[in-house]
Write a protein that binds this ligand. Structure first.
Ligand code: GLC
Ligand code: MG
Length: 554
């Protein structure tokens, strides 16, 4: 008898951490407030790290906490190497990073290179020195057009509404040059042709890398380079804040040179430091250019975020995403929400919050079963809806005020998180009845971390279970492809294989239960809704309306 040969155990090199990381976005203003001033802070984040570890995420991305007049929630930075007193100190940031590392989580911070604050010393100095000052070359200062220079230098429109140019006043009080701001007037665009700007940002990256951060989320990564000569758009058009139109100030080829230089800087540091691009482009192929092997590690996949709740459309979009990123050998990323968009529980709701929540639960299982890295936005693990009735007078989004409310509804996804208790601020701040910078709806008592913990039907426990399975099951996480299964119309299904078995994910995007063959699915691991019923006779499985499940398959 011939002894069976045993194949040598395959040496598993674990994928780089970011290839399949689940990264949790902290919007620090709204996460946890340690000192009771109504505004979240770094000590608050630090005090909740245990929650994030138990949730099961691999890393945090923290939105800006740098010194800032807060004209755009901190995306207007006045000092890139200092922490705004509202959020704490650089020492708090260091302690937060150290604690996160001790708990096995990594920390990514935001870098905002497209623009700074109008209170940044460079800009103040440039204003002070007047036309012709070399400091003005770090920004886009131009004389106006028309008689007396009264017209803006070109026809660009701010993403927050109104002209993208603001006229300055010269030190002697007479009207002077104009400066470019693609966002609010308090956010002058930096000129990336300037070597001073390039050098400064390399130093800023080093400052935070030396402090121990594991990477950067690059704000408006597609905007740094403007078409030479700043040509007119030729049309009046209010662009969507997060739009995909082809314009002379977005997705210019020159940006890639910057990211190649940043990549080599990151490579100098030990421990796989990464960068992820916020790049709104017109196609996934254009997005893939940001993650070519010598550029950034990841780019957000906004097409997935924007996709409608429809099996066929989602499948097409997922397939195109995987293909575009495979072409450059980069992992695909998946996101459903962030601090700039309507929370997906509301986006999917079509006016019916219960429907929105069912779909949001299903979407979470879909996203977390896909190959690559997933970004969660704080509060989605609680199933938080968008708050749509914030009184105008407490809204802070500059887009709301500049665009007459049109495109600026971002406060509704930034309402402080409910942690515990029955009265506002629901544990967000330390004092019952204490302040929160935006009002929290009374229904949020029932959505708090405390209220959901231990309730197997809660969104929070669904996320915890899904992240646990994802972390331990070799079929989930990193990868470049899926095997599609055609089970029934309106059902999105795919299989992911590993040498230790497969996982099948099936999503019914229709409003009716759908019957699918049970032998393809296997044993149920996790379901977003009621456990799918198995027919006695045929073994068929009835997938509930707007639901998803994971099955272990042989
Ligand atoms: C990005 C940020 C957004 C900010 C804008 C300007 O899109 O995500 O919040 O308003 O950049 O910095
Ligand atoms: Mg505070």
């Amino acid at each position: 008898m011939i002894a069976p040969t045993t194949a040598p155990a395959r040496a598993h090199t674990p994928p780089d951490w970011w290839q399949d990381a689940v990264i949790y976005q902290v919007y620090p203003r709204s996460f946890a407030d340690s000192d009771g001033d109504g505004c979240g802070d770094l000590a608050g984040v630090r005090s909740r790290l245990g929650y994030l570890r138990d949730l099961g995420v691999d890393a945090l991305w923290i939105s800006p906490f740098y010194t800032s007049p807060q004209a755009d929630g901190g995306y207007d930075v006045a000092d890139y190497r200092a922490v705004d007193p509202v959020y704490g100190t650089v020492g708090d940031a260091e302690a937060l990073i150290a604690d996160a590392h001790a708990l096995g989580m990594r920390v990514i911070v935001d870098v905002v290179p497209n623009h700074c604050s109008d209170r940044h010393p460079w800009f103040l100095q440039a204003l002070h020195e007047g036309a012709g000052s070399p400091l003005r070359a770090r920004f886009h200062f131009r004389p106006g057009r028309g008689p007396g220079g009264e017209e803006p230098p070109n026809d660009w429109i701010s993403l927050f509404g109104g002209s993208a140019w603001t006229r300055t006043t010269d030190p002697d009080g007479t009207p002077g040059e104009w400066y470019l701001h693609l966002f609010a007037p308090q956010q002058p665009d930096l000129n990336w042709d300037s070597t001073a700007v390039q050098d400064e940002f390399r130093c800023i990256l080093r400052f935070w890398l030396d402090l121990g951060v594991d990477g950067f989320r690059i704000d408006v990564a597609h905007g740094l380079v403007k078409a030479p000569g700043l040509p007119d758009l030729g049309r009046y058009e209010q662009l969507d804040l997060l739009g995909e139109q082809l314009v002379p100030y977005f997705d210019q080829d020159g940006v890639h040179e910057i990211y190649r230089s940043w990549r080599s800087l990151l490579e100098e540091y030990p421990g796989q430091r990464i960068a992820v691009a916020e790049a709104w482009t017109r196609s996934l192929d254009r997005t893939a250019r940001y993650v070519r092997p010598d550029e950034l590690h990841q780019a957000f996949n906004f097409k997935f975020l924007n996709a409608p709740w429809d099996a066929a459309r989602l499948r097409e979009l997922i397939a195109t995403s995987l293909e575009a990123m495979r072409a450059v050998d980069a992992p695909t990323t998946w996101t459903l929400s962030n601090h700039d968009v309507i929370r997906h529980a509301t986006r999917y709701a079509e006016g019916d919050p219960a429907l929105g929540l069912r779909r949001a639960r299903a979407a979470a299982l879909l996203m977390l079963a896909l190959p690559g890295s997933a970004y969660l936005y704080q509060g989605e693990e609680l199933g938080l809806p968008e708050v749509t009735d914030i009184p105008d007078e407490v809204r802070q989004d500059p887009a709301f005020h500049r665009a007459d409310g049109g495109n600026g509804m971002r406060d509704g996804c930034r309402v402080p998180l409910p942690w515990s208790g029955t009265g506002a601020p629901y544990g967000f701040g330390p004092v019952p009845g204490g302040p929160a910078w935006l009002p929290q709806p009374p229904e949020w008592a029932g959505l708090s971390v405390e209220a959901q913990t231990g309730d197997p039907r809660s969104v929070l426990e669904l996320y915890r279970s899904a992240l646990r399975v994802r972390r331990t099951d070799p079929a989930l996480g990193a990868g470049r492809s899926v095997e599609w299964l055609d089970l029934a119309p309106g059902v999105l299904a795919f299989r992911r294989d590993s040498d230790q078995g497969a996982v099948v994910c099936a999503v019914n995007t229709t409003g009716e239960p759908v019957r699918v063959p049970g032998d393809v699915l296997g044993t149920l691991l996790l379901a977003s809704a009621d456990e799918p019923q198995v027919a006695q006779d045929s073994g068929d499985v009835l997938l509930p309306a707007d639901s998803a499940g994971w099955w272990r398959s042989s």
